[in-house]
Design a protein around this ligand. Structure first.
Ligand code: FE2
Length: 177
């Protein structure tokens, strides 16, 4: 994802950026930096929502001898992601930008591919693990942008999310051995 800094040109976020330019805010974050942080958070929100939907989908459709364990595990994970997307979206709102919230926007912004059909149980685990790893990579791409912006609130949120995504990826990786 080379494009966070280039996201000003991203047509999906064009309305967002126009609104930011029309509504300057002075909390100590430079306006150019605020736009970059919003672009990065929008991509992270799209990743989180896409992973939420994928995990809930797998909760519904998993089959096989590990049904009980995986059905319950996916529920814990999608519930956590459902709570998280609200925190990420409201951080974007705290930066006085509109949060993306349509499937079209999320599909354009996310780095997580949709699953095809109904995968086998262990392939579900692998796909969810890869989704959490993708979230980690997106977070690490936004970190330097939020750091340069002196945006500690975003850095704190991203740090908490990184801990969760790395821990969940470890647990899923352990299931695959
Ligand atoms: Fe359920």
């Amino acid at each position: 994802m080379n494009g966070i800094k280039d996201a000003v040109d991203d047509h999906v976020l064009a309305t967002t950026f126009q609104r930011l330019l029309e509504r300057p805010m002075d909390t100590g974050i430079a306006e150019s930096s605020r736009i970059e942080v919003v672009a990065g958070l929008s991509r992270f929100l799209a990743d989180s929502y896409t992973l939420y939907l994928k995990t809930h989908h797998f909760h519904w459709n998993v089959t096989g001898p590990q049904f009980n364990d995986l059905h319950a595990m996916f529920m814990v994970q999608y519930t956590e992601l459902w709570t998280a997307v609200d925190l990420i979206a409201e951080r974007i709102r705290s930066l006085d930008a509109p949060a993306p919230g349509t499937y079209r926007e999320f599909a354009a912004l996310t780095s997580i591919p949709e699953s095809q059909g109904v995968p086998r149980a262990m392939d579900m685990v692998r796909q969810v693990k890869e989704g959490h790893e993708t979230c980690c990579r997106t977070i690490r791409q936004v970190f330097p942008i939020a750091g340069k912006a002196n945006d500690q609130a975003t850095l704190d949120l991203l740090t908490q999310r990184l801990v969760l995504h790395e821990k969940t990826a470890w647990m899923l990786r352990s299931l695959l051995e």
